[in-house]
Design a protein around this ligand. Structure first.
Ligand code: PEP
Ligand code: MG
Length: 542
């Protein structure tokens, strides 16, 4: 028995045989032709055949996994029909008189080289789509046999990297678990694995000799156990059975309403920290996104993100979520979330330092670029904006002035935008104390219990040494939350909780009875919290 440690991407247990997955490998032949007409015709036929395949895959995926998942195939069809990709291939065939396969591969490689330097998520996604589409065209053009992959028995699929399209082509009935090696596949693998409800681990060095061996995938701990002994198998089989029963029960709640046993509707939103998480928000049936932590766009890079990049990401979220509301929190950097290029002068107490809204008001260009991106994207869906780490009405006034300037600028340039709802985070004791004034200026408020706890107790939320003193149910905190709820309701506005406490099932009924209008939790907690909401009694008189 051998144990390999990776990173857990989606929880669950799978026991079965490993099958290694290899991409189709082919050689691109290159030759010149006397007349390009025949190659143009071959390319036209391959396009038609690819369209047919994609349409079939679209319909099958719609049936098996829903329209949202199937959209990727529509994107490929659009690329094939309307983009300059096909035109570039045709032009290469004509001008250089080369065979169609070579023209497809060369166009793909040239585009990849041009765009490889860009970090923009949208461009990267488009490039992956073009590569997959080019592979499909090459396979059709050269009559390459697609590797017959999976047999009748479902397997644990081990691969260096898998794209969503490959995963969907494999089909969820044939896969017990995904084990992948490549870092860039992490996000894609995990989103889709979640949606397919298949345990998944990433960052494991996949080895050729695993093929055909028995293994256990532990999607809770991120481990792969190769050749497990009998006792390990028995233990895992037991856990698998219990898990399965619990999950099936919960999945029945995907389309259920978030209404308490005595009829009060609670808005159940999701917290997300990257675009990839959107899929699971839809899968678990959240009412919308209650907190999009936008820091992911600013971290792990060498310079500020540009407005265009931010805009495309927000537009994508707005369009994907459709009518569901998406609350974008403006960037909360500083403290434990540092980006080197910002060069925030060293601070003795960064948690109390230049962070959140203070940093944004200090770096106006950065703040305005994000606000412009949010307001531009607002034309494409149902967005709202939320400001973190508020401590005073002066900050609110400054924000309001900047927002006005941003809207004025867009108006002048005839760029469409909506007057979206605005909210303030209550995550400092100061904000809790002025929650009534804040509510007058806001459309909604959101309680960030993580920071509210650390600032109320004067205890660093990250310090493991004071863990035993760190009480996020401290009566002071509960009173502060109650005070904020009452004040905000006094102004006829709504108030939600988006800190981690919102995902604690033992607190759901308490928060509902305190009067909270909504809870925002990580996607994996949508169903467990929905279960609690439906059991709860809002009036406390059950
Ligand atoms: C909070 O403080 O509760 C919160 C939601 O914000 P973050 O955890 O991102 O600081
Ligand atoms: Mg916070």
């Amino acid at each position: 028995m051998e144990v390999f440690q990776g990173i857990a991407a989606f929880p669950g247990i799978a026991i079965g045989t490993i099958q290694n997955y290899h991409k189709n490998e082919y050689q691109i032949r290159h030759y010149t032709v006397s007349s390009s007409r025949r190659e143009l015709e071959r390319f036209a036929r391959a396009r038609k055949e690819a369209m047919k395949e994609l349409q079939e895959l679209y319909e099958k995926t719609c049936r098996d996994m829903g329209k949202q998942q199937a959209l990727i195939f529509k994107k490929h069809m659009n690329l094939l029909e309307h983009s300059s990709f096909a035109k570039a291939i045709e032009s290469l065939i004509c001008t250089e008189k080369v065979n169609a396969t070579y023209a497809v591969a060369t166009t793909r490689d040239e585009l990849a080289a041009t765009f490889s330097m860009l970090e923009d998520e949208y461009v990267r996604e488009r490039m992956v789509n073009i590569q997959e589409l080019a592979d499909r065209l090459i396979i059709i053009l050269d009559g390459i046999e697609k590797e017959k992959l999976l047999g009748e028995e479902p397997v644990i699929l081990a691969a260096q990297q898998l794209t969503p399209v490959e995963m969907m082509e494999l089909g969820k009935e044939k896969v017990l678990a995904f084990v992948t090696e490549n870092g860039s596949a992490v996000s894609h693998t995990s989103i889709l694995a979640k949606t397919m409800n298949i345990p998944s681990i990433v960052n494991v060095q996949v080895q050729e000799e695993w093929n055909g061996k028995t293994a256990i995938v532990d999607g809770y701990r991120g481990t792969l156990i190769l050749d497990p002994d009998e006792k390990t198998c028995r233990d895992y089989e037991k856990q698998q059975k219990e898990d399965q029963e619990e999950r099936e029960l919960l999945l029945k709640l995907r389309d259920a309403q978030d209404i308490t046993s005595d009829g009060k509707h609670i808005r159940l939103f999701a917290n997300i920290g990257s675009l990839e998480d959107m899929e699971s928000v839809l899968y678990y049936g959240a009412e919308g996104i209650g907190l999009l932590r936008s820091e992911f766009q600013y971290m792990g890079r060498e310079n500020y993100p540009r407005e265009g990049e931010l805009f495309r990401a927000y537009k994508k979220i707005a369009e994907t979520m459709g009518e569901k509301q998406v609350v974008i929190r403006t960037v909360d950097l500083g403290a434990d979330l540092q980006a080197d290029y910002m060069e925030i002068p060293e601070e003795a107490n960064p948690v109390m330092g230049n962070r959140g809204i203070r940093l944004c008001l200090d770096r106006r260009r950065m703040f305005k670029a994000q606000l412009r991106a949010i307001y531009r994207a607002s034309a494409y869906g149902n967005l709202a904006v939320l400001y973190p780490m508020i401590t005073s009405m002066e900050e609110v006034r400054e924000i309001q002035n900047i927002v006005e300037e941003v809207k004025e600028g867009l108006k002048k340039k005839d760029i469409p935008y909506k007057d979206i709802p605005n909210g303030y985070m209550i995550e400092t004791p100061a904000a809790a104390m002025i929650s009534r004034e804040l509510a007058k200026e806001a459309d909604f408020l959101s309680l960030g219990t993580n920071d509210l706890t650390q600032y109320t107790l004067a205890m660093d939320r990250q310090n493991p040494h004071i863990k035993k003193f760190y009480n996020d149910r401290h009566p002071a905190l509960m009173r502060m939350i109650q005070m904020a709820i009452d004040a905000v309701h006094g102004e006829g506005k709504e108030i939600y909780i988006c800190g981690e406490l919102a995902a604690d099932p033992t607190m759901t009924e308490t928060f509902i009875q305190m009067g909270v209008d909504g809870l925002s939790v990580v996607p994996a907690y949508i169903l467990p919290i929905r279960k609690e909401i439906r059991k709860a009694c809002a009036t406390g008189k059950s």
